[in-house]
Design a protein around this ligand. Sequence first.
Ligand SMILES: NC(=O)c1ccc[n+]([C@@H]2O[C@H](COP(=O)([O-])OP(=O)(O)OC[C@H]3O[C@@H](n4cnc5c(N)ncnc54)[C@H](OP(=O)(O)O)[C@@H]3O)[C@@H](O)[C@H]2O)c1
Length: 497
Amino acid sequence: MTRWRWVTRADCVISGPLSPGSVVAAGGRCGRCPCRAPRGRRALRSRCSAAGGPRRLRGHSARRHRPRRRHRGSRRSPAMAKEGAQRAEETEQMIDKEGGREANEGGAGGSLRAGDAKEMRAVVLSAFGGLNKLRVSKKAMPEPQEGELKIRVKACGLNFIDLMVRQGNIDNPPKTPLVPGFECSGIVEALGDSVKGFEIGDRVMAFVNYNAWAEVVCTPVEFVYKIPDDMTFSEAAAFPMNFVTAYMMLFEVANLREGMSVLVHSAGGGVGQAVAQLCSTIPNVTVFGTASSFKHEAIKNSVTHLFDRNADYVQEVKRISADGVDIVLDCLCGENTGKGLSLLKPLGTYILYGSSNMVTGETKSFFSFAKSWWQVEKVNPIKLYEENKVIAGFSLLNLLFKQNRGGLVKGVMDKLLNLYNSKKIKPVVDSLWALEEVKEAMQRIHDRGNIGKLILDVEKAPTPLMANDSTETSEAGEEEEDHEGDNENKERMPFIQ
Ligand SMILES: NC(=O)c1ccc[n+]([C@@H]2O[C@H](COP(=O)([O-])OP(=O)(O)OC[C@H]3O[C@@H](n4cnc5c(N)ncnc54)[C@H](OP(=O)(O)O)[C@@H]3O)[C@@H](O)[C@H]2O)c1
């Protein structure tokens, strides 16, 4: 049990002066009010009058005593809040472990942002599994090879596929440790040999074959795109994966045209919102969407008919359109494959592009994997021929990094940037998170809390922990056990723009 001294008289704004030298257990209470002492080495640093000074203590303490006000736009259930609190505690410890220099360099945002130009901060996945496998560490800074650009990263996209990578829930997973992330935005810092069309200082967004969640990345020039002047770095990090996927499925695979109808799952998510926006660029397209019901108010203008994700959407769609739909975009897999196929009109197209149903917990579940695989409708081509149906699959990452179609994607990106410049599409950013908050950001997707895209903002400092109001008060000066339940009183709120 860690012990520390409650050092200053001004530090409890509810009870007033505390006796200097009162000893409480880390994670325990000051003994006069519901004020909780923080835990861990960082807590010691930040509370010690020698290191932090009374002013800092007062400010922090005051925050902890304020009745917790939910952030506008925060949509967390009590269960989510508890999970989030546990994540927050882990992150706090993560910063502690990694931030040996943090105190010297002054500030959480500057942790490991060393003067040493050869090193950088990066999120590292040490092994496949739960959120505890993620850390922010120092890594050697990459240098561009021939045909590559070196990018000083400003923001990174966090996608559902990143959860699956973390769990090892993908085909042929690479070896760990690895730096996750497939897309980022930033500023060109150096050019490899034979790179043309870019200059140092250009604002860009890029696909990266892993390694995007770092302060610096290098990636081949064919995966890099200049960003419009009025596009923020957060928007740019939210753009490539969602919009290219949505565009290629709708226009390259399914040939969306005027008057057609589309069914999309997870309509409030990153890809879902991109699909909805792109459908609105074609006249008279009907979009059927499923999403958790708390998102319906926020996304109702982008989707024609919205259903709760647990509703019997096959019946609901048929009630509105007896014939079904022209295009089914299925990112869930499992039983939804058969349902999607059953909803297709003649000459309609079903596209499988994800398997979100396989994610049922923090770690990979072989049961969910087997169930999902078992539930997939086994397709007989003769039946497709008789029913005039098209079935397709789409994987952008395979297209880019395994099937060498960077040129094709570049053409799509040009069209998408024209749509952006003519203000027909705009990425929806859910929230911004520091690299050190990656666990909480991922937890938000696990909790189905996001509307639009989650962004890791490389320059953002972690949001201070907010304390819930405590209920118990112990006797003055009493020592308390350092118990797990204390985590419930800490929560880090999402930063919503
Ligand atoms: N093939 C490709 O090239 C490609 C590219 C990008 C994305 N994808 C796929 O497209 C899907 C959406 O990706 P995204 O990055 O835009 O993410 P996203 O939609 O923002 O993902 C989060 C949302 O997914 C829904 N969801 C469905 N099953 C879930 C589960 N088991 N656990 C948690 N949430 C679940 C939740 O929304 P509701 O509760 O509202 O349903 C959640 O808010 C994913 O399946 C992803 O793998 C495929």
